[in-house]
Design a protein around this ligand. Sequence first.
Ligand SMILES: Nc1ncnc2c1ncn2[C@@H]1O[C@H](COP(=O)(O)OP(=O)(O)OP(=O)(O)O)[C@@H](O)[C@H]1O
Ligand SMILES: O=P(O)(O)O[C@@H]1[C@H](O)[C@H](O)[C@@H](OP(=O)(O)O)[C@H](OP(=O)(O)O)[C@H]1O
Length: 343
Amino acid sequence: MKSYIQMPRKVSTKMTEKHTNICAASELVEIQLPAGFAAMETQVAGHTFDTSSLGLLQDNGGCVLKPLGKPECGEREKNFYENLQEAEKSNDSNVLQLLSSFVPKYHKTVTLVVNNRQHTFLKMEDLTKGMRKPCIMDIKVGKRTWDPMASEQKRRVEEQKYVRCKQVLGLCIPGFQVYTHKDRKVLRFSKEYGKNLDSDGFRETITRFINAQNGVFRPLVFEILKQLYRIREWFKMQTLYNFYASSLLIVYDYEHLEKFLLPNDSHQGNGISQLTNGDLENNGSVNLNAQESTEYKSSNAQWVKVKMIDFAHVFPTTNQSLDTNYIFGLENLIVVFEELMNR
Ligand SMILES: Nc1ncnc2c1ncn2[C@@H]1O[C@H](COP(=O)(O)OP(=O)(O)OP(=O)(O)O)[C@@H](O)[C@H]1O
Ligand SMILES: O=P(O)(O)O[C@@H]1[C@H](O)[C@H](O)[C@@H](OP(=O)(O)O)[C@H](OP(=O)(O)O)[C@H]1O
């Protein structure tokens, strides 16, 4: 089966109305895929289909297939998922079992012929499955995004990217997409956009990603925080791995959020952005009021997911210490969302 992929040539670097689409101009790239597979529509970052690399695929059963890519990276990521799978089966490592609840469910490797060549893919759960309007943000975590095997040149290149954001917050945004009430379409932002952000720009981008320019829908932030807290708790005790250049993928379904947005896109007066001290849902440092709590419970929170992805540069720790590089970024991300919660 032949498939044609739109390759972006011009990308936006500013978040203004004029520049919101990354595909200002595009060219078609032809790829041949087996029947039943397509290039992943909702891939917002990472390697994509071009002359030298493959992108992610989706099948028609709600799974994504990630190509193994460069041999050393592919092998590491495959081993990572297989170790988790083993731990799940054998029931013998709590630390790994907990970790597997933070990553997409992994199924197996699959070999497919793409453009007349065999390639191996990791088949896993599609985190956007069932979402009609998925808003997706890839956030790479850690100031240091090169692993212990990286060449001098790779270190240098990594150190020079996303500097004003990554070196301050230990976070960067290689891509995201968001649905908004105003635009009535999905807006997608590439790594070129992310590379121009500083820490304030990062905060503004998060605000935009959760559609909170005119008021925060706090049950959404609450759920994101809840999931981030669990991941932080795990990182505060695990000394098995160092996660370099790994991402947190935050996804939520705008279809659900829009039910709560007023026509003028303002949450004010809807009880959503006001914090009262009534019937509080308690989650440590953040709370919901009674109305928010009801909205939160009724949604079952399945429309929001925060998962760890991209394990091509995960290494065992050498001295059994905490992954302070990851924790620094994660703590800052939590602060950004807590600020929104308390706005
Ligand atoms: N399980 C998943 N469910 C849904 N989307 C996913 C999943 N895994 C990856 N993606 C999508 O694919 C993108 C790239 O994933 P990933 O970071 O694993 O690829 P990569 O090519 O290794 O990236 P990089 O170039 O940063 O090394 C993510 O930003 C996300 O949009
Ligand atoms: O953020 P950018 O600018 O897209 O940079 C890419 C990013 O660091 C990827 O993680 C890396 O892939 P690996 O994780 O596989 O090393 C890729 O290396 P590559 O170009 O050598 O594939 C870089 O180009």
